[in-house]
Ligand binder design. Structure first.
Ligand code: GDP
Ligand code: IMO
Ligand code: MG
Length: 446
């Protein structure tokens, strides 16, 4: 038995859902521990494409109980749409369990998120406008609405009578928007509550029992380390804690539940929305990194925005390894690099103001705005006959691609246990057992 956390190492969209789908075969339970409908996850399985925002992609595995945990925020409309789409695709969703303690994203959260972004002007964050920040803000200021109240009509009405007049002042006076009608919102959302009620559980208590019964639990993070509210590139972050520590708070378990932390990283870097991006690339290499014209073009699943692209950033990755206590890595999208004429990895930063060189990320205000990446050239492999995308085992990888994987392992000092070479389930090479195999060697023995 082993309980593992799957965490995004960069700015999201690392291919977490594909890795969760893969590892869910060994998991009895999956708990998504933070975020909401800002997440967009795609899985290609059996020739079909499945899209997820809130439901763990492990739902494709019929034997796994999939929980949307206490640390998440749930937009009832989005989760119901997702449930219906999955049912239409023939997926059994009876194993879905939503935490009674998760907070609910209401229409005023969506309106305020959009209005705040507009008001920020050139300083906008580039949020997904899915109401995430305002829902978590209400949770922190203790004016939130939890799933247990949402599915109880009396409790819902009582809350809406207090919350909507308060939000209407903000909508009207601050943003000049139409106020919301309590009855109209109640009538619409009470229906969603009825449909969701059978799926609402005390998920933390169920996980406790599952652990006692020595079941395997997989904790699924959305977004990525650099979007973490406390440890990411603030203020260009999301409003929750994707880092592995968030798995405990967001699921309601103690740290001693966690046996292993597996990071997911792309073989390059992408970012959606605003904020610093030291290794960002434009021009012809960017077209290849963005996979323009292919079925897996780098376009945000949730908002349809083009993702910004850049070289692999080992400085940020070392930081992600540290703040998550990562044991090993799954490296995705290696195939995308096959056609590149030039390939680089950022191994350090130079502060353009002082000339100082940094191999690790210092805690300095606005630091990333003033850095230049120090890039190491990697020999590209486009002239080699083999393609990464066709490889089903390590010996079939182009020599250059395998050298790249081994180079990253050396620079990051962490084992890469999984290499993904395409969107399909079969396009995955297991180098070592990610759950029981080698892990990062602790620098100081206890
Ligand atoms: P997540 O948010 O981390 O789950 O990642 P997304 O699903 O938003 O984005 C990853 C995209 O890349 C999806 O469209 C996947 O189908 C696709 N993908 C995952 N792994 C690979 C890979 O190894 N190669 C390629 N070409 N595409 C991949
Ligand atoms: P997955 O789970 C990539 C980004 C937004 C914006 C910032 C804040 O698919 O990896 P928010 O709406 O959360 O307040 O936006 O975070 N963002 C993501 N970027 N993948 C995601 O999720 C993201 N979820 C939020 O683009 O920059
Ligand atoms: Mg995504």
């Amino acid at each position: 038995m082993a309980n593992v956390v799957i965490v995004g190492s960069q700015w999201g969209d690392e291919g977490k859902a594909k890795i969760v789908d893969l590892l869910s075969r060994n998991a009895d339970y999956i708990v998504r521990y933070q975020g909401g409908s800002n997440a967009g996850h795609t899985v290609n399985a059996g020739g079909k494409k499945y899209k997820f925002h809130l439901i763990p992609s492990g739902i494709l595995n019929p034997g796994t109980i999939c929980m949307v945990g206490p640390g998440t925020v749930i937009d009832p409309k989005v989760i119901l749409r997702e449930m219906n789409e999955l049912k239409d695709q023939g997926v059994d969703i009876s194993n879905l369990q939503i935490s009674a303690a998760a907070h609910v994203t209401m229409p005023y959260h969506l309106l305020i998120d959009q209005a705040q972004e507009e008001a920020r002007g050139s300083k906008k964050i580039g949020t997904t406008c899915r109401g995430i920040g305002p829902t978590y803000a209400d949770k922190s200021s203790r004016s939130g609405l939890r799933m247990c109240e949402f599915v109880d009509p009396d409790a819902l009405l009582e809350k809406l009578k207090v919350l909507i007049p308060e939000k209407n002042i903000i909508l009207d006076r601050l943003y000049g928007l139409e106020p919301l009608d309590i009855d109209k919102v109640f009538r619409e959302y009470i229906e969603y509550g009825k449909q969701l009620a059978p799926f609402v559980f005390d998920t933390a208590a169920i996980v406790w029992e599952a652990n006692k019964a020595r079941q395997n639990i997989l904790f699924e993070g959305a977004q990525g380390t650099l979007l973490d509210l406390d440890h990411g590139t603030y203020p260009y972050v999301t409003s929750s804690n994707p880092v592995s520590g968030g798995a405990c708070v967001g699921s309601g378990v103690g740290p001693n539940f966690i046996d292993r932390v597996i990071g997911v990283a792309k073989a390059y870097t992408t970012r959606v929305g605003e904020g610093p991006f030291p290794t960002e690339v434009k021009g012809s290499s960017a077209k290849i990194l963005r996979a323009e014209g292919t079925a897996w073009e780098e376009i945000g699943t949730t908002t349809g925005r083009a993702r910004r692209v850049g070289w692999f950033d080992a400085v940020l990755m070392r930081y992600a390894i540290r703040v998550n206590g990562m044991d090993c890595l799954a490296l995705t999208k290696l195939d995308v690099l096959d056609d590149l004429e030039e390939l680089y990895v950022c191994t350090a930063y130079k502060d353009i103001r002082t000339g100082e060189v940094y191999k690790d990320l210092p805690a300095k205000s606005n630091f990333l705005k003033y850095v230049e990446p120090i890039l190491e050239r990697i020999e590209p492999w486009r002239d080699q006959v083999e393609n990464s995308a066709d490889a089903t085992e390590i010996s079939q990888l182009p020599e250059g691609a395998l050298n790249y994987v081994r180079y990253l392992e050396r620079v990051l000092e962490i084992p890469i246990t999984i290499v993904s070479v395409g969107p399909a389930r079969e396009q995955t090479i297991i180098l070592e057992d990610p759950i029981h195999g080698p892990r990062r060697v602790l620098e100081t023995a206890i």
